[in-house]
Every structure is written in structure tokens, then in C-alpha cells.
Design a protein around this ligand. Structure first.
Ligand SMILES: NC(=O)c1ccc[n+]([C@@H]2O[C@H](COP(=O)([O-])OP(=O)(O)OC[C@H]3O[C@@H](n4cnc5c(N)ncnc54)[C@H](OP(=O)(O)O)[C@@H]3O)[C@@H](O)[C@H]2O)c1
Length: 334
């Protein structure tokens, strides 16, 4: 492909007045870093981390101007790897993609071969981005709980930030796998959405934000998927039954963890860390296979809406304020 070929991408940058700008710009292939695979991106998705990257959070993205987007799905248009042929459909997620390397809010991406996963049979490019990092993270959280023997028979599973991207997929995947799910949300309007995804009960988020100061609370949950951190994560850990576990993946509320060691040493509770970007390649491939197979959710369209590159600016503001329900797929053609 001619390195002068142009394409559109959302570019985030600092502005002269100390603010921050985001606009769809024309870029050239030569603007992209070297890599093994050139991919025509069809779809991307919006994650909370993208909103941080797109609004100048230096903990996520060190240098600007920058093309955010930690997810992409598309077709290989150039390959120097024997493992990927022209026209092959791939998913790009994880590693530095979209954080410290140009990402998926773009019609073209160039990446090292290690960042690509072949699109598994049973999943379209669009469906893969309905899951994206958010859905994949939910799947990884559940896989970690299962590794520890947290089966549906053990009891109810709490999901925090339940109406968000990771949360909504966690609710739906847990329910599909036979778990009884308690979905905690701050959105009164999300109740029916969460019941439709298979939640057994929907709790206002204040109910899982205990400020009594008691080191242990009534053991209520067999396990939890926590996407918000802070006192919600601490409350969950203090409310887990003996030998239960919490898979912690997010900090949408806070990065703090106000807690004593008692849940761990008096109840044998486990805190399972989840970092999708460092998920080993082999597990990444296996989990995508599972998502395309036994963990493929019916009526996936319930869980996402679609926007174009031009709709990202407003959507980034919404997700930063916890205002997105389910996931947002980005159609990169407009
Ligand atoms: N570790 C990893 O590998 C990994 C991967 C993906 C995402 N994450 C993290 O997981 C979290 C969720 O990501 P996402 O893409 O699902 O974001 P999201 O769609 O914005 O969902 C976050 C949800 O958290 C709740 N929330 C937001 N602000 C809150 C606050 N101040 N207090 C309490 N609850 C609040 C809201 O749900 P309700 O209104 O329903 O309460 C919101 O919808 C983020 O922190 C993200 O960085 C981590």
C-alpha cells in the first residue's frame, strides 16, 4: 500500500490554551509506526480507558497528538508475517494498542503481529467489537472466579458498575453460565435493562457502599466482579462468604481500597486482579474462542449501540461521567 494513502482517524491533542482537543483528521499511512500487519479497521469500540486516553490522562497515554482506541477489528491489507494472510480478519486489543501506540479510532492501523488475534469462527467483526476489551474483561473476570471453584451452586455473584461496558457483559455472561446475579447500579433507569440481561436482582449502588467501619459484614456473596474500586470493592470484599473471591478490574469510582486484612485471614477471601492488556497470548486466543462459541450471548444487539468516528467526541464525555449503558461500537467508515 502506498505510504501516502490517506485515511481518517480521531486525533486527541493538547491545545495552545492548555486545554485538549479531539477531532477527526486525515492521516497518511506513513504517519503510523512500523509494524508487521497493516489492518483496514472496520470497527472499534469505546472503553472507559479510551476516554481517559482521549482526554489527556498521562497515566494512560504519555505523548500527544495521539490516536486512541484500545480495540479494533478489521482486515489485513499488508502482512510481513507468515501467520496472517491478506484479507484475513483480525481483532487487535491489549498491549500498547491505543494507549501508547496509535489505536483503533482510525480507518487503518499498523501493529506488531503479537497484538493480533485471528477472528474466531462464529463471530463477525462487529460482534467482536460489541465485546471488545470490555466484554473480554468480563469474560476474564468470570474465568478467574471459575478457576477458583466459584461455581453457580456456591451462591449469588455481585456485579458492580453493572450497567457499564464490563458490568453489563459480566451480568449477561454470568447469567448465561447459570449464576444468580445481583447487579448494583447507580442508574435508576437501568433496572429493566439489567433484569433483561439475566440479573436476579438489581441493587441501588448505595447498598454496596458500606460506611459502618465494620471490618466484616454479613457474608452475602459467593463472589463478585468489581469494575468500580474504592469503597465499593472494599464493601464487596467484606461481604464475601468464606472462601469466596472478588475479581477486581476497574476503578471507575476510585483507585483507593479502604480495607483491613480480616476478609483474607478470617474468611479466606481471595482478591483476584484482572489486567486484560497483559493477558497471555494463549489465554487471549482461548478466551476469544470461548466468546465466539459457548459464551456467545444471544441477541447481542441488546448490549450495544453504534456510533461513527464523528460521534466519539460526545460519547467520550458521556462515558467519563458514567453515563453510558452497555457498550458502544464504533463504525470507522464515518
Ligand atoms: N483491568 C482491565 O484490564 C480493565 C479492562 C477494561 C476495563 N477496565 C476498567 O473497568 C472499569 C469499567 O470500564 P468500562 O469500560 O465498563 O466503563 P463504563 O462503561 O463507563 O462503566 C463503568 C460503570 O461504573 C459505574 N460508575 C461510574 N462512575 C462511578 C462512580 N463515581 N461511583 C460508582 N460507580 C460508578 C457506572 O455504572 P452504574 O451506573 O451501573 O453504577 C458506569 O457505567 C474502568 O475503571 C476501566 O478502566 C479495566
Amino acid at each position: 500500500m502506498d505510504e501516502n494513502t490517506t485515511f481518517k482517524a480521531l486525533v486527541a491533542d493538547t491545545s495552545a490554551d492548555g486545554g485538549f482537543t479531539r477531532q477527526v483528521e486525515e492521516k497518511r499511512i506513513s504517519d503510523l509506526p512500523a509494524g508487521d500487519l497493516l489492518v483496514r479497521v472496520k470497527y472499534s469500540s469505546l472503553n472507559y480507558k479510551d476516554a481517559l486516553s482521549a482526554s489527556g490522562n498521562r497515566g494512560v497515554t504519555k505523548n500527544y497528538p495521539h490516536i486512541p482506541g484500545i480495540d479494533a477489528a478489521g482486515e489485513v491489507i499488508e502482512s510481513s508475517s507468515p501467520d496472517f494472510h491478506l484479507g484475513e480478519q483480525v481483532i487487535l486489543t491489549g498491549y500498547d494498542f491505543g494507549s501508547n501506540a496509535p489505536g483503533g479510532f482510525s480507518q487503518v492501523a499498523r501493529v506488531p503481529v503479537a497484538w493480533a488475534v485471528k477472528l474466531p469462527a462464529g463471530l463477525s467483526l462487529e460482534e467482536s467489537m460489541a465485546y471488545g476489551t470490555g466484554g473480554f474483561t468480563a469474560a476474564l473476570c468470570i474465568a478467574r472466579l471459575q478457576e477458583l471453584g466459584i461455581t453457580p451452586e456456591r451462591g449469588e455473584i455481585l456485579v458492580t458498575g453493572a450497567s457499564g461496558g464490563v458490568g453489563s457483559f459480566a451480568v449477561a455472561l454470568l447469567a448465561q453460565n447459570g449464576y444468580t446475579v445481583a447487579a448494583a447500579t447507580g442508574k435508576t433507569g437501568a433496572r429493566q435493562f439489567l433484569l433483561d440481561l439475566g440479573a436476579h436482582e438489581v441493587l441501588p449502588r448505595e447498598q454496596i457502599d458500606d460506611t459502618s467501619g465494620r471490618p466484616l459484614l454479613k457474608g452475602r456473596w459467593a463472589g463478585a466482579v468489581d469494575t468500580v474500586g474504592g469503597n465499593y470493592l472494599a464493601t464487596a470484599l467484606r461481604s464475601i462468604q468464606p472462601m469466596g473471591a472478588v475479581a477486581a478490574c476497574g476503578n471507575a469510582a476510585s483507585a483507593d481500597l479502604p480495607l483491613t486484612v480480616y476478609p483474607f485471614i478470617l474468611r479466606g477471601v481471595s482478591l483476584l486482579g484482572v489486567d486484560t492488556s497483559r493477558c497471555p497470548a494463549d489465554l487471549r486466543r482461548r478466551l476469544w474462542q470461548k466468546i465466539a462459541g459457548e459464551w456467545k450471548l444471544p441477541r447481542l444487539e441488546r448490549l450495544y449501540a453504534t456510533i461513527g468516528l464523528t460521534g466519539l467526541d460526545g460519547a467520550i464525555e458521556r462515558i467519563l461521567h458514567g453515563g453510558v449503558r452497555g457498550r458502544l461500537v464504533v463504525d470507522c467508515s464515518y
